[in-house]
Structures are given as structure tokens and as C-alpha cells.
Design a protein around this ligand. Structure first.
Ligand code: CA
Length: 227
């Protein structure tokens, strides 16, 4: 993996952009760099990229605006957001706009490399805006979920958690991955914050229904799938 894969880095901190380009190039990627939102959007619209690494805070045009314009133009390449912010609202906003993953600054190069490879391994097709698993429907754009046609009343974090599980349907997600993706926090493995959140989510998503969709994998984490 790596050879022939083309990446675009849009990052206004020149030092960071240079460092990322160097590391990714050494790992076999072909890398272009833009330092403003406008330049990044222009390159993304005119070039063929397998992945865009997109800073949120950019001059001229924010990362949010870049991805909104890309999706409007029908460009479905995956986007990895780099964000200095850790508010759950930012994550939800990014998810609604079609972000594929997040990396919160500061991060190490090896963390970035793992995310990049994971996204590229998932393949070129972005997830659809509406996810359907059995009778569960998740509308990522409108931020709504329903089961059996009945609207589920979810908090923003519950929606983020359910969306994460659904986007990775059939994949067992560890508690630490869930904590990182939904709360941007590193919980100790013995804390039960994720377990409590999953339990609350289950009371809405699974308890009223005969078919359970969220499953516990003991010692590992959680998976959402039809069984
Ligand atoms: Ca920035």
C-alpha cells in the first residue's frame, strides 16, 4: 500500500505541512500541498486524489467549506480532518459534511499514517448519506435516526456513537477507539464511560425491538450488525 496513492494535504502551518509531506513521501505516497482553503479546493477539484488531509482552520476558506464544496461537486474522495478543537459539535458537523475520520492536534506522524492507511484500505467509495441496517435508518445529513419507521430521540453524542457503529457495520470497535472518535478522549481501559453510553443507546435503539443490532464482544468492544 502506498505506491501510486495520491494525497493532498491542505494545511496552513507550513512547518506541519512540510513535515507531513516528507513523512508521507518517504512512505511511498505522492503528495501535493496547499496552504489555503481556496488553493486546496482548487487542487482537489482539478486533481485526482485518493485522500485529502484537511485542516479545519484555514485562511480564505475553512476546511468545512472545502469539503462542502467538494461534495456539492460530486467529489467523493475520503477526507481526514485535522482539528485543534475537540468539541463534539465539530465532530458531528464533520460527520454531516462527509468527513471520513478525524485527527486531533497534536498527533504523531505514526498516528496519522495509521489513519491514512485505514481509510485507504476501506476503499475509494465514501459511505452513503443514509445508512440502512435491518429496520434501522440513519440519515447522516439530516442528523436523524429511526427504527421501524419510528424516530429515535437521540442526544448528539448518542447519534455520533450510533453513526460510528453503523458506518463500521460488522467491525468490532474497541472501547478506546470509540472513546477517541466520539469523545476525543483516551479513557483507561477499565473505565466504563463507553459502556454506560452504549447501554443508554441500547435502551433507545434495541430494547423496544426483538432484533438486537448492537452486540457486545467480550474483552474487545462493540459491533453493530444484523445477526
Ligand atoms: Ca490551521
Amino acid at each position: 500500500m502506498g505506491s501510486c496513492m495520491r494525497l493532498l494535504i491542505v494545511e496552513d502551518e507550513v512547518k506541519t505541512a512540510t513535515y507531513l509531506r516528507k513523512g508521507l513521501t518517504e512512505n511511498g505516497f505522492v503528495v501535493d500541498v496547499a496552504h489555503t482553503g481556496d488553493d486546496g479546493l482548487h487542487l482537489a477539484l482539478t486533481g485526482e486524489y485518493d485522500l485529502i488531509i484537511l485542516d479545519v482552520g484555514l485562511p480564505e476558506r475553512s476546511g468545512w467549506s472545502v469539503v462542502t464544496e467538494l461534495r456539492k461537486s460530486g467529489r467523493e474522495m475520503p477526507v481526514l480532518f485535522l482539528t485543534a478543537r475537540d468539541a463534539v459539535e465539530d465532530r458531528i458537523k464533520g460527520l454531516e459534511l462527509g468527513a471520513d475520520d478525524y485527527l486531533v492536534k497534536p498527533f504523531t506522524f505514526s498516528e496519522l499514517l495509521v489513519r491514512v492507511r485505514t481509510i485507504l484500505r476501506r476503499g475509494p467509495l465514501r459511505q452513503p448519506e443514509v445508512l440502512q441496517i435491518a429496520d434501522l435508518t440513519i440519515d447522516l445529513l439530516r442528523h436523524k435516526a429511526s427504527r421501524g419507521g419510528a424516530r429515535l430521540d437521540l442526544t448528539p453524542k448518542e447519534f455520533a456513537l450510533l453513526s460510528l457503529l453503523a458506518r463500521r457495520k460488522g467491525e468490532v470497535l474497541s472501547r478506546s477507539l470509540i472513546a477517541d472518535q466520539v469523545w476525543d478522549m483516551n479513557f483507561d481501559s477499565d473505565t466504563n464511560v463507553v459502556d454506560v453510553a452504549v447501554r443508554r443507546l441500547r435502551t433507545k435503539v434495541d430494547d423496544p425491538f426483538e432484533q438486537k443490532l448492537i452486540h457486545t464482544v467480550r474483552g474487545v468492544g462493540y459491533v453493530l450488525e444484523e445477526r
